[in-house]
Design a protein around this ligand. Structure first.
Ligand SMILES: Cc1cc2nc3c(=O)[nH]c(=O)nc-3n(C[C@H](O)[C@H](O)[C@H](O)COP(=O)(O)O)c2cc1C
Length: 257
């Protein structure tokens, strides 16, 4: 498939066949991940391929028991990783700024690097006739960290579950281009433009019956309700999240040691 075809036709798959993926295909996908651009070529990420069934089950429990986590034959945990570079430098007798609580840009680049590698893997999987879904609840998830023995300096950012698609969903809508692409300077969108975007997203996802199909929501649950849900903060969760960022050394000024 042409690259643009792969990109434009990809959609998240949440139902997988119980067919195993050849090991070489998974390695090819991970190598494709490694081909992604990387800030200063520091390559600050690691990928944990979780093969052990007990651990896969534990991840499923830790990440909200979404059924496709267990269904998908391949589970990858994508991590931002500044530890490897610290280890490389320490072995040369250097102390790094990261160990002194500095280097926040390196930590942010690590998250960007990991995300770029992750998307390359998604596209490689698609090109091989596979489907995939990210599991965002793995982000800074203390249970995931414990299950996979993830040390300080390493932050899980997402699971990527890959398998042979057992559903054929439509391409999902995106915000209208004019609300995303601005020329020469940032554009403050008008209330009307913003409302048009909301209506478009609401309508298109309702056409698929998206929230009913995947989240068992009533038919009147819309994209905007999802946005609302995600933007209301849960103080207790937020505290755990920030503590985990600190524990893993990904909070600004937190020494990675
Ligand atoms: C960081 C990230 C986390 C995600 N987490 C989940 C998840 O936990 N469960 C899920 O079903 N989909 C998850 N998704 C998939 C998104 O819901 C999906 O990409 C979005 O609705 C757009 O649909 P599309 O990928 O089919 O175009 C995640 C996507 C990203 C980028």
């Amino acid at each position: 498939m042409e690259v643009l075809d792969v990109i434009m036709k990809r959609r998240t798959i949440r139902k997988f066949k119980s067919k195993t993926i050849p090991e070489e295909a998974v390695i090819q996908i991970i190598k494709a991940g490694q081909r992604a651009p990387s800030a200063c070529s520091l390559q600050t990420y690691s990928i944990i391929w979780v093969k052990d069934e007990e651990k896969r089950r534990a991840l499923w429990e830790a990440c909200g028991k979404q059924p496709f986590i267990l269904e998908a034959p391949v589970t990858l945990t994508i991590c931002a990783d500044v530890k490897k570079l610290i280890d490389i430098m320490n072995a040369r007798g250097y102390q790094t700024s990261l160990e002194m609580g500095l280097g926040y840009a390196v930590k942010m680049f690590a998250i960007i690097d990991a995300a770029l590698a992750a998307e390359n893997m998604v596209l490689a999987a698609e090109a091989l006739g596979l489907g995939s879904v990210f599991i965002g609840s793995a982000l800074a998830n203390p249970k995931v960290i414990e299950i996979l023995n993830i040390p300080k300096g390493v932050l899980p950012i997402s699971l990527l579950c890959i398998g042979y698609p057992d559903e054929n969903p439509p391409i999902r809508p995106r915000l209208p281009l004019e609300t995303v692409l601005f020329i020469d300077s940032y554009k403050q969108l008008s209330k009307t433009e913003l409302e048009k975007s909301v209506n478009y997203m609401n309508e298109k996802l309702a056409e698929e019956g998206y929230y009913t199909k995947y989240s068992k929501r009533s038919t009147d649950f819309k994209w905007i309700d999802n946005v609302k849900r995600k933007l209301i903060s849960d103080e207790k969760r937020e505290k755990v999240f920030v503590k985990t960022l600190k524990d893993q050394g990904f909070h600004p000024f937190e020494p990675v040691k």
